[in-house]
Write a protein of this length. Structure first.
Length: 278
């Protein structure tokens, strides 16, 4: 879900910038981003985050905050699942406004995972659990396109070229990562009330691997999804009884929608509360 400013987007295409990303000057450091603790980032890889701080996706960030606070007011004790956590901005945002809520972050990219660990140690975040695997509809090992330039677009290997190769003239590393299903990670003390999914085109498989928990507990969902896969995502959600809208505009789904907000009428927040949140 990370957005990029146009000038930085162009700069990333240059060999000079790409050489800086691979240099000793790009080692992890702790940065002040407006949370209650510093966040581990790489200076050049995460330049957009450093410059824009918490304003990478202000609409989605605001929605996540409102939902988390709404759940707190209802004395809900469910977890926040950050699926495709990257460097953890949404996990840190939820922790900032709801410091006691348990958070589970899933991030298969080993470089991003190291940053999550570094920030968790800095924050002494005992309510945050991080897992170095991808969520899917099967378990085992799979190939993963690692984004070595921005760290934001790594994805399970598929037919399409990685984003970094299509739009930034960069190259990706193909590595092996572990997979689990959403249903398989659920335990009595790890029931999600809110799930954010940003997995670069693998959202159908994540949802398919969580059919049991979605049917039984009906957590709130915020999902990045682009056409044409978005049609299948919406069909699956409808099959499970979910309602959905554009998460950025809080309107009906339209051809330009890229982020979905979905809720179930029998989920953790009443319809009236959701309308107030929106």
């Amino acid at each position: 879900m990370l957005l990029f400013t146009a000038p930085l987007h162009m700069l990333r295409k240059t060999k000079v910038f790409q050489s800086l990303v691979n240099s000793r000057f790009n080692k992890p450091r702790l940065y002040e981003l407006g949370y209650h603790h510093k966040v581990a980032l790489r200076p050049f890889t995460h330049a957009s985050i450093r410059w824009r701080k918490q304003h990478i996706e202000p609409g989605i960030s605001k929605l996540v905050t409102k939902i988390a606070l709404g759940l707190d007011k209802k004395n809900d004790t469910g977890c926040f699942f950050d699926v495709g956590a990257n460097v953890g901005l949404y996990a840190w945002q939820v922790r900032k406004v709801c410091p006691l809520r348990k958070i589970l972050a899933f991030e298969p990219d080993p470089e991003n995972f190291k940053l999550l660990e570094m920030t968790r140690n800095e924050a002494n975040a005992k309510n945050l659990e991080i897992y170095q695997y991808a969520l899917s509809n099967e378990t085992g090992d799979t190939s993963f396109f690692q984004d070595t330039l921005t760290s934001a677009t790594g994805c399970i290997a598929g037919k399409d070229k990685p984003w970094i190769e299509q739009y930034l003239n960069g190259s990706s590393n193909t590595i092996s990562v572990k997979m689990q299903t959403l249903d398989s990670v659920i335990q009595n003390d790890k029931i999600p009330s809110l799930i954010k999914i940003d997995v670069e085109g693998h959202e159908i498989e994540v949802l398919d691997g969580g059919r049991n928990i979605l049917s039984e507990k009906k957590p709130l969902l915020i999902i990045e999804s682009f056409p044409p896969k978005q049609t299948t995502v919406l069909s699956l959600l409808h099959e499970l009884g979910y309602r959905s809208m554009d998460a950025d505009l809080h309107t009906s789904i339209n051809p330009h929608t890229t982020n979905l907000f979905a809720w179930h009428p029998e989920g953790p927040l009443d319809e009236s509360v959701i309308q107030k949140v929106l």
